[in-house]
Design a protein around this ligand. Structure first.
Ligand code: HEC
Ligand code: HEC
Length: 387
């Protein structure tokens, strides 16, 4: 299922409530653009999509309600196109997400590595084990708010959630299927899926409908509306403890975290959608055998310029998903803040935005308190889901 897109003149009003127009927004430019327009996001009818590596924002002249405190999307940028997903498609995607029968050895589901109760990541190990029992190369990113995190993977090599969802199926060390056709044939033969794809999509099981169903479920994992959002955007003075308020001032001030983990005037993605070299991939490369070197973004683009660059992760719900970084090498939030205070891993291509920061132990604790205030009250309910 492709999402219907209407492009239109940004200056003209959308013709009706049901018609939305979108325009590309340069990655990293959210805050300025978002502040400029009559944007809105309705957590149910609208979902964000990051398409073909570019970001799109919904623009409409209709006066639909902005998400407010209590809405799961409160505080997230309106990077949406109207989702074509129906409840039936989301439910089908959820069933697939938990279904180990999708994997060749029937021992692994999406939820094995993206554990709902662990922030849709994995908290008990640095990197998930492959089906051979050995750790994969990278840490499993959260799927909370994943619709806002494209392009996907730590190196951004998948443009859409639909495309991404098919990748693990034929990865030899993940689902291990010989081909997508083999997965389609297997799912077609499962009694409890009989008629489900036809009912949800009007079409039978195919790689396309498998990807669309999983993407529909993933887009439903919306968890913002954190204490920070209620304090900053909702102007609720009591929503944030004093330590977190001090941490916020450091985050945007002296520590300059917000240079990459962006906070806008009307919403906060906590990422710039870009790729940076903080030194972790470079450090790992110094000791890895050539075949195992993780080149980061270069693996997606083929450009030496992108070597060791990793996508800036959003920091929403970050307290739920230790250990941190693309290799899971940082165990706690305190350790993550110290990593930055120490200036990352100095080397030739280190991002110029990273350098030693003079932070006292109390300031480090304040920054950690701020990071902990980014946890959504909606995450727990999403994490309790069972198929
Ligand atoms: C064996 C563990 C494992 C399984 C099974 C698995 N994943 Fe992942 N997933 C990962 C890892 C590790 C990454 C990061 C890989 C990379 O960046 O190269 C990832 C990345 C992702 C991303 C990118 C998120 C982002 O912010 O860029 C999405 C989306 C995702 N997985 C969804 C799924 C879905 C849907 C399934 C089931 C079809 C699935 N995963 C199965 C481990 C797993
Ligand atoms: C140059 C851009 C940049 C700046 C500045 C920056 N970060 Fe990051 N941050 C990143 C990137 C890129 C990653 C992913 C690195 C990796 O996975 O190897 C990251 C990862 C993180 C993580 C781990 C998140 C996870 O889910 O694994 C935390 C926590 C974090 N940053 C907090 C901070 C704090 C606090 C500051 C300020 C002291 C800061 N960052 C400054 C770009 C930046």
């Amino acid at each position: 299922m492709s999402t219907p897109i209407v492009t239109c003149d940004a200056k003209k009003k959308a013709p009706s409530r049901r018609l939305f127009c979108i325009r590309p927004v340069a990655a990293g430019a959210y805050s300025r653009r978002m502040a400029a327009g009559p944007f809105f996001l309705n957590g149910f009818s609208l979902r964000l999509a990051a398409l073909a590596g570019g970001f799109f924002a919904v623009l409409s002249g209709a006066a639909d309600a902005d998400p407010g405190p209590g809405d799961a999307a409160f505080g997230l940028p309106p990077l949406a196109v109207e989702s074509a997903a129906t409840e039936g498609q989301v439910a089908l995607g959820k069933k697939l997400f938990f279904d180990a029968r999708l994997s060749e050895g029937r021992q692994m589901a999406c939820a094995t590595c993206h554990v709902p109760a662990e922030g849709f990541s994995q908290t008990d190990r640095a990197r998930p084990d492959g089906n051979d029992g050995r750790p994969l190369r990278r840490n499993a990113p959260t799927l909370l708010n994943v619709a806002w995190h494209g392009p996907f993977f730590h190196d951004g090599r998948s443009a859409t959630l639909e495309a991404q969802a098919l990748v693990p199926m034929t990865e030899p060390r993940e689902f291990g299927a010989p081909s997508l056709d083999a997965v389609v044939a297997r799912v077609s033969g499962l009694e409890d899926y009989r008629g489900r794809f036809e009912a949800a999509f009007g079409r039978s099981v195919s790689a396309e409908t498998l990807g669309a169903a999983l993407a529909a479920y993933e887009r439903s994992l919306v968890a913002a509306d954190s204490p920070f959002d209620r304090w900053f955007f909702g102007k609720d003075e009591d929503a944030l403890p004093p330590a977190a308020v001090r941490g916020f001032r450091l985050f945007r001030g002296k520590a300059e975290c917000a240079a990459c983990h962006r906070i806008g005037a009307t919403s906060a993605p906590f990422t710039d959608g870009k790729f940076h070299d903080t030194g972790i991939a470079w450090r790992n490369a110094q000791k890895a055998v050539p075949d195992e070197i993780d080149r980061g973004r270069e693996e997606a683009t083929g450009r030496a310029f992108d070597r060791y660059r990793i996508k800036t992760p959003s920091l929403r719900n970050v307290a739920l998903m230790a250990p941190y970084m693309h290799d899971g090498s940082v165990k706690t939030l305190g350790e993550a803040v110290r990593f930055y205070a120490d200036g990352g891993v100095p080397h030739k291509t280190l991002s110029p935005l990273i350098g030693p920061i003079d932070l006292s132990n109390k300031e480090i604790a304040d920054l950690v308190a701020f990071l902990k205030s980014l946890t959504s009250p909606h995450a727990a309910a999403l994490g309790r889901v069972k198929p």
